[in-house]
Design a binder for this molecule. Structure first.
Ligand SMILES: [Zn+2]
Length: 322
């Protein structure tokens, strides 16, 4: 019986074009069909190098999968951080973990009042543990505007500031809270709201955007702050997907290390809309993104954006008053 020279699985009588366990190109492997092709010395050397590489990759993959399977879920994240290059193997594990936590009401962290470098916070509030994902957005809004398509657990992007408010209101209605915003005189381009009149409702207990100050207070770890430069660490690679390590894409939320309060991705992945105005025509963005430099991921960095504009690097997270 012929065996795959890379992973060792039995190939059967009729040798397939590719090994369906490890993907080795069996059709190109002259040792599996002797007599069909007479390789010269150069072919033989090239073949040995290729086989060697494939074997190495295969054994690495087996080892990694074993390591992931053995670890409890919390520890898996550390493996992921070390080995983020092994995206395909890892993504399945991450997605599984995030799926388990898909109930938004359990996905909030209480930020207790107190003080840190951001200043004094007079009142406690709840904050989303993760950036709003594409799946969550689609479940509530009925469509997914994101540039990175079919990445359910990646943060949603291509949302305007107004879209973020509309999402908060719809989520409040779904979960039985009083909506936080009155949104009228709405103008749309496609699904996106590009202009509207927004008024904060008195006495609302629903989901809302964070103020810029609430964002920074939470990003700095609230009253448990260790005064890191980025949210949860001084080592940016530990906590953020940004220009240098993202490979030009977003990542599933909650992969990198959490901050002092157990909140993920406050540095990097996508920028987060905050409620505050900088001037008449712009709103605050915080936290940096996959296509921005390290400095943008700093807990003190503030960027401004056109509230009716949308980008593949801008999303949001929600909050709720306690
Ligand atoms: Zn194989």
């Amino acid at each position: 019986m012929t065996k795959c020279p890379v992973c060792g699985v039995k190939l059967g009588k009729k040798i397939p074009e590719f090994c369906n366990i490890c993907g080795w190109d069996t059709g190109e492997d002259f040792t599996l069909s002797p007599g069909l092709y007479q390789p010269d010395e150069e072919d033989r050397l090239r073949y040995i190098r290729r086989l060697d590489n494939a074997k190495k990759n295969w054994s690495y993959r087996i080892k990694l999968e074993k390591k992931l399977a053995e670890k409890p879920k919390e520890v898996i994240k550390e493996v992921i951080v070390e080995k983020f290059v092994e995206k395909e193997v890892i993504r399945e594990v991450v997605i599984e973990k995030i799926e388990e936590q898909s109930n938004p009401q359990t996905n909030m962290v209480l930020v207790e009042k107190g003080k840190n470098e951001a200043g004094v916070m007079e009142a406690s509030y709840y904050i989303g543990k993760y950036q709003v994902t594409q799946k969550e957005y689609k479940d509530v809004m009925g469509y997914n505007p994101s540039s990175f398509e079919d990445c359910e657990n990646h943060p949603v992007e291509q949302v305007t500031w107004y879209d973020a408010l509309e999402y908060c209101n719809k989520l409040s209605k779904r979960d039985g809270y009083k909506v936080a915003y009155s949104i009228t005189k709405i103008a749309r381009r496609g699904n996106n709201i590009t202009k509207a009149k927004v008024i904060i409702k008195d006495g609302a207990n629903g989901y809302r955007l964070l103020s810029s100050n609430e964002w920074e207070y939470a990003a700095r770890g609230g009253n448990k702050s260790k005064n890191y430069k980025y949210s949860g660490s001084n080592n940016i690679d530990e906590v953020a997907w940004y220009y240098e390590n993202s490979g030009n894409q977003t990542y599933p939320v909650g992969v990198k290390k959490e901050n002092e309060l157990g909140i993920y991705d406050m540095s990097g992945n996508v920028w987060e809309w905050c409620f505050d105005t900088i001037n008449v025509s712009s709103r605050v963005l915080r936290g940096g993104s996959w296509c921005y430099g390290a400095y943008g991921c700093g807990v003190d960095y503030v960027l401004d954006g056109n509230p009716g504009g949308r980008r593949g690097s801008v999303g949001f997270r929600y909050a709720r008053t306690k």
